[in-house]
Design a protein. Structure first.
Length: 66
């Protein structure tokens, strides 16, 4: 259980940095990893990660529309 929490913290920080700095190289790979994490760890584990990803996408779309 502790290893899962450590991984979640590390991955959350890493994903947020990649999203904010627009360093996501392969969006499909990120989505596949989130799906695998959801299968293995459950919806609650990946919910915040998915919300971060959707928020960045929405922000990009709104910026383009503006």
């Amino acid at each position: 259980m502790q290893d899962k929490d450590i991984f979640e913290g590390y991955y959350t920080i890493s994903l947020s940095k990649r999203l904010l700095e627009s360093r996501v190289i392969n969006e499909e790979a990120e989505r596949v990893l989130l799906l695998k994490l959801k299968e293995e760890c459950g919806f609650a584990f990946t919910q915040r990660l998915e919300v971060m990803y959707k928020d960045i996408k929405m922000s990009d779309e709104l910026s383009k529309d503006f």
